[in-house]
Design a protein around this ligand. Structure first.
Ligand SMILES: Cc1cc2nc3c(=O)[nH]c(=O)nc-3n(C[C@H](O)[C@H](O)[C@H](O)COP(=O)(O)O)c2cc1C
Length: 446
């Protein structure tokens, strides 16, 4: 039998996916706190490891160079700030990990270190950071740049930002504050030090104004898929979020990541790979399939194409919509592009058909009865394709309710998922060690 399956929940700070808002059971109140509190309660009742909120710092406007399709079809917009959403969810939960996507391209290490350390303290060690480098020109243009910098420069900046952030977290030893009321000594100044980091992209003096986080560092998550992105993830990440079109490509990715981690001197078991899994659960496989098809019918092909253009950072209207997708040289999110190429070539799809499919895509093909989905998850983990799943909802809260009512008890019956939370932080839940001060410095390429 496979070991425990880690479960994270992928949910937007806004409506889900491309047309999730159109689902008959979608709650339209995604601008209210109760929507997120409700999701936190559902996930915590099912003992999920964490909730994860993706992000982008712009309105999507790759399709036809305009934000109009995004607004017209409700694709990828609106997006509330992830940390604010997670603050609301923190108040409605006590064990659930809470991970925010924050870009290294448009944040400074001091802000990042302070915000995430504060959140980790206030949640007793439940903070996570999905480290992204941003992927669209539209994001760059919101921060005074004309274009997204090339991948190499984005990752070079990301290395500096994460290093400086880690140094800021490490600028306090653990247990500096003693608060001895008798002597009047609050803390030990010998155990706090400046950082004095000077890089090409960012510099910071330090120390941080917040003590070392309960988890040492908040949980670090990454989803890079290019060779450069994989190396970055293998060096820094505790959790890697992958999205693969087939079991074979998932196994190849998993093996590659664990090999790269070992090459950085890390224990490969200390990195968890969570594979994207969009779930559609029915009483039977046929009912789930019918549910999925009814939902797919709601997706306008242009809404799907808008989402794909946004992920690729390429205006797809420049190509013949009824012809095949040409090879794209420089894309925003390599991982999503690779999945599209794999699927479109196999199914011989035109650009328009890709749009329709992409809008209603169910990553990991997790459509079926609770038993079918539990079987598939168990199989993927046993086959060495993943350590767990980033469970993606087509709509909220219904898709999480279906999953937690059907699939979670099935996994629990099989001994593959916990039935109650142990004490501890999000790292403890995932079986990840608390990093020692400066431990990351040993992670050098071999
Ligand atoms: C499954 C998955 C989810 C991602 N989520 C986000 C996100 O929420 N925000 C973001 O800016 N980038 C996101 N990315 C992009 C990556 O983190 C990465 O920055 C980007 O793909 C560029 O690196 P790459 O070319 O190495 O993949 C995601 C990528 C994948 C594969």
């Amino acid at each position: 039998m496979a070991g425990q399956i880690n479960l994270a929940a992928f949910m937007n700070g806004g409506p889900m996916g491309t047309s999730g808002w159109r689902h008959k059971d979608a709650d339209p109140a995604f601008l209210s706190a109760s929507y997120y509190r409700n999701a936190a309660r559902i996930l915590e009742a099912a003992c999920f490891d964490l909730a994860f909120i993706p992000d982008a710092l712009s309105m999507p406007r790759s399709l036809g160079g305009s934000f109009r399709p995004a607004v017209e079809w409700g694709s990828g917009t609106p997006r509330l700030d992830p940390m604010t959403v997670l603050g609301v969810m923190a108040g409605a939960s006590t064990h659930l990990g809470l991970a925010a996507t924050i870009s290294t391209g448009y944040h400074e290490p001091y802000n990042l270190a302070r915000e995430l350390a504060s959140f980790d303290h206030l949640t007793d060690g439940r903070a996570g950071w999905n480290i992204v480098t941003s992927f669209q020109d539209a994001e760059a243009q919101n921060f005074g740049q004309d274009k997204l910098p090339p991948r190499e420069a984005r990752y070079a900046r990301a290395e500096e930002v994460v290093e400086a952030t880690a140094r800021l977290w490490d600028s306090w030893d653990d247990d500096v504050i003693t608060q001895d009321k008798d002597s009047g000594v609050f803390g030990n100044p010998d155990r706090v030090r400046a950082v004095d980091f000077k890089g090409k992209y960012v510099s910071t003096q330090g120390p941080l104004s917040v003590p070392r986080p309960p988890q040492g560092y908040p949980l670090l998550i990454q989803a890079g898929a290019s060779p450069r992105g994989r190396d970055f993830a293998a060096r820094w990440a505790d959790v890697i979020f992958s999205s693969n079109e087939s079991l074979e490509s998932a196994i190849a990715f998993y093996q590659d990541i664990k090999k790269r981690a070992a090459a950085f001197g890390r224990d490969p078991d200390q990195i968890k790979v969570l594979c994207a899994a969009t779930v559609v659960v029915g009483e039977t496989d046929a009912e789930a399939q019918a549910k999925h098809e009814a939902f797919a019918d709601l997706v306008h092909p242009l809404a799907g194409l808008s989402r794909l253009a946004y992920h690729c950072n390429v205006d797809l209207t420049q190509y013949d919509l009824d012809g095949p997708l040409p090879t794209l040289e420089e894309v925003g999110v390599q991982g999503h592009y690779e999945e599209v190429v794999e699927f479109a070539q196999r199914e011989k799809l035109s650009v328009r058909e890709i749009g329709r499919w992409y809008g209603a895509r169910t990553e990991g093909n997790m459509i079926g009865s609770a038993k079918t989905i539990a079987d598939r998850m168990e199989h993927w983990v046993a086959a060495g394709a993943a350590d767990g799943f980033m469970v993606q909802a087509t709509h909220l809260p219904g898709a999480f309710q279906d999953f937690t009512a059907g699939v979670v008890p099935e996994l629990q019956r099989r001994g593959l998922h916990r039935t109650s939370y142990p004490e501890g932080t999000t790292r403890d839940l995932l079986g990840l060690k608390r990093p020692l001060r400066d431990e990351w410095m040993n992670r050098v390429a071999r």
